[in-house]
Design a protein. Structure first.
Length: 504
């Protein structure tokens, strides 16, 4: 009997468990068996590997070939194991020798889907595998199309790129050099950020948008059609500070394991996700047979915009309650449970009634009280309670639309600088944004003055706030104080925070 072992990694959310591809060549009737919970795409690799080896001039071993993907209880999916299986067969049969085995080189992980003629095709979800390989001190052999993805986390000397199975064999012998254009991602051309001044009027809504950006708070915009709700939401990412390198990598890793894959041109930009209101609960929070991340996770460190909020499926909206509190989503399946980060900023928009013109000064509302009640009841109280800012966005008059922009109107540059200062103050004080301050630390961290505390208690009693609402108002008040560079939370800060929590 002859055998060989190669290395690869599976995928479990953003985790990438190490998989040992054990190949055994035995006597007996010809057979090719893959064990270790392979899914359909992995089982089909038998035919891809056989054709690739024969078309590259190698001899496919006669007899019984057994491939064990260990650990056996981890489901294996995708075509990423093709190259590891093919090179394992070549090593076990002695047709290829490992050139760096005696040189004390670090272990090398192998990734790539094989074409029938031996070409190496890119694999999805390589970024988490590359991050774990670097952590383990391993080198990587990947398709050329995946080299730049691997170089986001790995050193250029640790990555070998191959276009064909024969190139991979040469790399395994130590006869080729690493392939890659750069060890750093080249940023794509910058697009002009949408400016706050494009939205005419809506001074309170703009103020709420700046407060939301400064403290990471969630925001609900309530107003008639055409009042600028979507325009306001689209300008939030431009107000947020740039992603840190670790945040950019985490966002890229989530995208790499999603159905849409990772777009290199978007690396380092804050995500803005705006799913259609017909999206299902699995599309929003993640799911499917392979537990893919949903829109909430794809909006991690960015903005999740839900337009026409009451039109979303009730189950999809209720599923957002947990990530709004914890910033994490668990996607359970029969054999696995994937965990994805989901620290997003929720911005929701809705009309005041089904026709959209309740309270409008120019268009009469056609809805009955029963229709209005049923429309607003689509959004549960617990979900509304988790949204920090409830802001009414009124109709803009024709005179405001035609008026020149005033010099004191905030633009993206000045607002971003103010937001950056407020966030720096929060991180220096508590190590986290105000949104994430735990209730046990709120009173100590917010520096609430006695008059402000008295005002907050009065609001709690008169407005019948819940304990969660009380804490969220306090967090927003702390953010308002940070925007004004105030060390303590004063009564005006509390008053504005209470005013911005409008109830439906």
């Amino acid at each position: 009997m002859q055998g060989a072992t190669t290395l690869c990694r599976g995928q479990l959310g953003l985790e990438a468990p190490l998989v040992q591809v054990e190949v055994n060549l035995g006597s007996g009737l010809p057979a090719f068996v893959i064990v270790g919970l392979p899914q359909a795409a992995v089982r089909e690799s038998k035919e891809r590997v056989r054709a690739a080896l024969e078309n590259c001039g190698f001899e496919f071993p006669a007899g019984r070939i057994t491939v064990n993907l260990a650990p056996a209880d981890l489901p294996k999916q995708g075509g990423r194991f093709d190259l590891a299986i093919a090179l394992g067969i070549l090593l076990a049969s002695g047709q290829v020798a490992r050139g760096d085995a005696s040189a004390g080189a670090p272990p090398r992980e192998l990734y790539g889907e094989l074409g029938l003629r031996g070409e190496l095709k890119p694999v999805r979800g390589l970024l988490p595998a590359a991050a774990h390989a670097v952590r383990a001190g391993h080198q990587m052999l990947v398709p050329v199309a995946n080299v730049d993805d691997a170089l986001l986390v790995a050193d250029m000397r640790a990555v070998c790129g191959a276009e064909h199975l024969l190139d991979a064999c040469a790399c395994l012998r130590g006869m080729s050099t690493p392939v890659g254009r750069s060890s750093h991602r080249t940023p794509g051309p910058l697009r002009a950020a949408p400016d706050l001044r494009d939205v005419r009027g809506q001074h309170q809504a703009k103020r709420a948008l700046i407060i939301a950006a400064a403290g990471g708070h969630s925001l609900l915009l309530l107003g008639p059609p055409g009042s600028g709700k979507s325009m306001l939401a689209q300008r939030l990412p431009a107000l947020l500070p740039p992603l840190t390198p670790s945040e950019a990598l985490e966002v890229a890793m989530i995208a790499s394991v999603s159905v849409g894959g990772f777009d290199p041109g978007s690396y380092g930009t804050r995500p803005f996700r705006a799913p259609h209101h017909t999206a299902s609960a699995p599309a929003i929070v993640g799911g499917g047979a392979q537990a893919h991340p949903g829109e909430a996770s794809l909006a991690h460190h960015g903005v999740l915009f839900l337009d026409e909020l009451p039109e979303f499926d009730r189950r999809a909206l209720e599923a957002l309650r947990e990530p709004l509190e914890s910033g994490v989503i668990a996607v359970p399946r029969t054999r696995i449970q994937a965990h994805y980060p989901a620290a997003f900023q929720l911005v929701a928009a809705m009309n005041p009634c089904p026709c959209g013109y309740l309270g409008d000064r120019t268009v009469a509302c056609r809805c009955t009280p029963r229709q209005i009640e049923r429309y607003r009841a689509k959004i549960s109280g617990p979900l509304l309670d988790r949204i920090d800012l409830h802001v009414e966005v009124g109709r803009v008059s024709a005179s405001e639309l035609g008026r020149d922009v005033e010099s004191n109107e905030p633009d993206v540059a000045s607002a971003s600088a103010q937001i950056a200062r407020a966030r720096a103050q929060q991180l220096a004080r508590a190590g986290t944004l105000n949104r994430d301050l735990p209730p046990a630390q709120l009173r100590a961290r917010t520096c609430l003055t006695p008059p402000a505390a008295e005002l907050l208690e009065q609001a709690f009693e008169r407005l019948h706030l819940t304990a969660r609402s009380y804490h969220r108002v306090l967090r927003v008040a702390r953010t308002i104080a940070d925007l004004e560079q105030s060390a303590a939370v004063e009564p005006p800060h509390v008053a504005e925070a209470v005013q911005l929590r409008r109830s439906l």
